[in-house]
Design a protein around this ligand. Sequence first.
Ligand code: PAF
Length: 258
Amino acid sequence: MNALIETLESWIDYRDDVTASGLSIGFVPTMGALHEGHLELIRKARQETDCVVVSVFLNPTQFNDPKDYEQYPKTLDRDRELAADAGADVVLAPSKDVLYPDGYNYKICESHLSSFMEGEHRPGHFDGVLTIVMKLFNLVKPDRAYFGEKDFQQLKLIEGMVEAFFLKTKVVAVPTVRESDGLAMSSRNALLTEEGRKRAPVFHQNLTAQKTADEAREALTKEGINVEYVEDYEDRRLGAVVIDNVRLIDNVAIKNSI
Ligand code: PAF
């Protein structure tokens, strides 16, 4: 099992030792409930950096729906084991009080990309994400930080924040890991019923197969899926649906022929 660090003081001691030894830090921020998608990020960090740090923090400020926050799976012991097997050296799991000494009076806001798609349907979500990522980057001081393309809008916003605030961390994007039927790996998949899990791949299938975002939205609605949005952004098609009261997001590259 790898080291578990929960206090600021022990983290700073650990980090000072790592940097004094001239080792590079690879960072994988997570909210726990680790799955193959996270493990892929950890493996990549293992290949590219000397010390791999995984944070497990269920960040309350990015949940616009309190029920969603409550029902999010919490599996720290298992997360530690999985992270260690994938090559993590340390799991950083501070409490809310440690990470929000200001009670969230200070926040990072973005005013363009964060206002549509996920941002429109989850008010305040990206303020919470950008704020916690900035806090974690300031604490961890990673050379490289790994994010999955599944949260594509989040990835673009974090890349933008790094550029806007001249942060030294290199953001590394890692392709979405999928189940064999195409469903994107997500901690929320565990909340689907057996029936919902069977229906869920239709989301990815239609994002990929339909010519336009409108057609994908219509086809999913016809399948009885509750669609929040399907939109094309730059060269990707992004969407969010609700199946079984479980909100799923995904995105795919738009094919050239479209
Ligand atoms: O992608 C996630 O799991 C979260 O949004 C992140 C980046 C760990 C911030 O809480």
